[in-house]
Design a protein around this ligand. Sequence first.
Ligand code: F6R
Length: 352
Amino acid sequence: MNFNDASEIRRRDPSGMLDLIRRLPDMCAEAWRLPVEPSLPAVRPANIVALGMGGSGIGGDLLRAVLNDDASIPVVAVKDYRAPGFLGPTSLVFACSYSGNTEETLAAYDQAAGRGATCVVVTSGGDLLRAARDRGHPAVVVPKGLPPRAALAYLFIPMLAALGRAGVIPSLETEMREAVEILKGMTRRLGPDDASSPARRLAERLQGQIPVIYSSSPFLEPVAQRWKDQFNENAKTFSVWNTFPELNHNETVGWGVDETLARTIHVIILRDRAEPARLAQRVSITKDLAFRRAAGVDEIQSEGEGKLARLLSSICYGDMTSWYLALLRGVDPTPVPVIEELKKRLAEMGAV
Ligand code: F6R
């Protein structure tokens, strides 16, 4: 694979996943400005719940990561047909589905609406938008025609913007601006125009191995999950994720696997400037105790000061690495036929 040859890139990535990954900074800036219509009424919710699956669900995990330390109310991501028991009239619910047709999200949204929660939908259309219009619920309508996972910015950022505008959280506009600037630099540095792209080098090291992604702290947990998801969906390869400190209480012991198995695993540790010193000590000891047997160990440092920049920069790195790995493996990064087939077969079985 010659990454300096634009026509070879077009041939191997015919739907242009690379361009979508490169557009992340612009999508973030655009997503920040997307209107909520009708606007969200002034609310003082007792909890915030984000409903969504897959590429549309990770936004809820990111929302929790951003708000967790400072929010005085619980922020919960739900990836299920069922709304949690506590969800009720004092809840603020974001129902997020790019297509607007994901059955788990539609079912949980129906329950949230039925329980009188304040609901906002984030979608490009489908049944979700129709239901929101019928109910008079506020909606953020995002641009159509993208693979849902490439629309991450559109599914995640509007929740933060809406919460800021409604006064539920302080505005994160300054953090958002920092994130966009950092992402602009990263997409240039990591893309194939730069022959020394570290994401490309990482993908080359990952060939023939199973990427195991560990976040050094729970803050970066959704990023570890996103890396795994992107390796699955773009590079069509198996991958798993976990986080410190939890993995020290179980998975570390699993590194007692036999040598041959350990040699198929490539560890990627996601580091963060704000990770607590105790967690850094855990990472260092675990590398020595367990990961020495791995095929390789790489560490990726988040960039920026604010939480948004740190989360999104780490995501950008993973998205780019998964794209290189797809092309190195000779697979088209865009189609996800297994997901389509599964949804089709479920639809043929009818509603439950
Ligand atoms: C496809 C993807 C999937 C979808 C998921 C839910 O690119 O990433 O994980 O996001 O199947 O579908 P939507 O996002 O339409 O609710």
